[in-house]
Design a protein around this ligand. Structure first.
Ligand code: UD1
Ligand code: UDP
Length: 387
């Protein structure tokens, strides 16, 4: 019987982290011919993930430019994918999440009449402008996709509201699969400052901030609040691996440079990041992925955004929305740093996003779709927040 040819397409750091274990799972199975195409919407941050998971892409569009615009990313991906799809002619294209690569990858496959599977499907804020442009990217991909791999039941319910009922599977999030391979007990960091920190005696705050809708005033507010937190609480050490976007680099250095307990460091590789998260006291972030990983590691998260498309951990009590106003962010961080009971309420491990078997379920669902299995995989059943 011929193999099912499945092409994974990804381009940014979070897509790579979440698609790597799936690409490896597909490559491991005899029923698939696994192909991998990277757009390299991110260059260094993507390559770091490829190195760690030892993935060599079959195709690399190498599209990244400094300060790239949404239109440039989309058009370069779309044009680049043309040649790739023409040559490889896969039976299925898999895209992940909500980036410009995701949208362009799905659209290119549709133009070539190739079925599309959407990994991490069904997340919604119902706010067109936040996250921007991701909310619209994932809605557009939802309209194109034939198979929808939803991390949670709430995500499936979002799709049902849009009348998407066929080809929907609840699988858990593949990021939890990745997390299970990266966190180890005795980890040695390559950044000296991370090895030197006393994680038991100091309160290490892990910070990331990069979203486009936070550019400008929100990002300035966030950075000012972070500096106030460091000034007010001498027991804290802020570690901020700064995204390589020049806009983010400028803001972070403008507001946070020159403080003895604020450590602005280059982006960490995913193993370093997960192990730092496992050791920190509190996470403050506007990232999507960190909102999924930190709860699994029992770390409280303050989300530096007005909304979240990941309500499950909010419902479970380990994630709180802090918004993008300086005062609110400062007050919410202050409460967790000065009130141990409040902190303890948030600091428990929950796994609403996955059990480490998402990739297996996705591969099983694909095999079933192509008639190579008798039954679809059993659904992932998260314990909390059924939307
Ligand atoms: C993109 C995604 C966002 C995701 C984020 C993850 C879109 C529209 N946005 O946003 O959903 O949350 O990735 O990090 O798809 N750069 C480098 N080297 C790198 C990576 C980035 O120099 O390895 C710089 C480049 O100057 C680039 C800029 O960062 O132009 C911005 O990258 P881009 O992919 O456009 O946007 P992100 O904010 O990273
Ligand atoms: N991450 C990383 N190094 C860093 C910052 C983040 O490996 O310096 C990982 C993080 O653990 C998560 C993913 O990158 O798996 C999240 O990516 P990002 O925050 O850039 O994007 P988002 O999830 O917001 O789309």
């Amino acid at each position: 019987m011929s193999k099912i040819s499945v092409m994974t397409v990804f381009g940014t750091r979070p897509e790579a982290i979440k698609m790597a274990p799936l690409a490896l799972e597909l490559a491991r199975r005899p029923e698939f011919e696994a192909r991998c195409c990277v757009t390299a919407q991110h260059r260094e941050m993507l390559d770091s993930v490829l190195d760690i998971f030892q993935i060599t892409p079959d195709y690399d569009l190498d599209i990244m430019e400094p300060r790239q615009t949404l239109s440039t990313i989309t058009s370069k991906c779309l044009t680049g994918m043309d040649g790739v799809l023409e040559q490889a002619k896969p039976d299925l294209v898999l895209v992940h999440g909500d980036t410009s690569t995701t949208f362009a990858g799905a659209l290119a496959a549709f133009y070539h009449k190739i079925p599309v599977g959407h990994v991490e499907a069904g997340l919604r804020t119902y706010d067109k402008w936040s996250p921007y442009p991701e909310e619209i990217n994932r809605k557009l991909v939802g309209a194109i996709a034939d198979l929808h791999f939803c991390p949670t039941a709430a995500n499936r319910n979002n799709l049902a509201r849009e009348n998407i009922q066929e080809g929907v599977f609840i699988t858990g999030n593949t990021v939890i699969d990745a997390l299970q391979t990266t966190v180890v007990k005795d980890f040695s960091f390559s950044e000296k400052v991370l090895n030197d920190l006393d994680y038991a005696m100091r309160k290490v705050l892990l910070v990331t901030c990069h979203r486009r809708e936070n550019y400008g005033t929100p990002m300035a507010n966030i950075m000012t609040a972070l500096r106030r937190v460091a000034d007010t609480f001498p027991e804290t050490e802020l570690v901020y691996p700064v995204h390589l976007s020049p806009v983010v680099q400028e803001a972070a250095h403008k507001y946070l440079d020159g403080h003895p307990r604020i450590h602005l460091i280059p982006p960490l590789d995913v193993r370093e990041m997960h192990n730092l998260m496992a050791r920190c006291h509190l996470v403050m972030t506007d990232s999507g992925g960190l909102q999924e990983e930190a709860p699994a590691l029992g770390k409280p998260v303050l989300v530096l955004r007005r909304e979240t498309e990941r309500p499950e951990a909010v419902a479970a009590g380990t994630v709180r929305l802090a918004g993008v106003e300086e005062e609110t962010i400062f007050l919410m961080a202050s409460q967790l740093l000065s009130d141990p009971l409040e902190y303890d309420k948030m600091a428990h491990a929950v796994n609403p996003y996955g059990d480490g078997r998402a990739c297996r379920r996705i591969a099983d669902a694909i095999a079933w779709h192509f008639g190579r299995r008798d039954a679809p995989p059993a659904e992932f059943t998260g314990e909390c927040c059924r939307g």
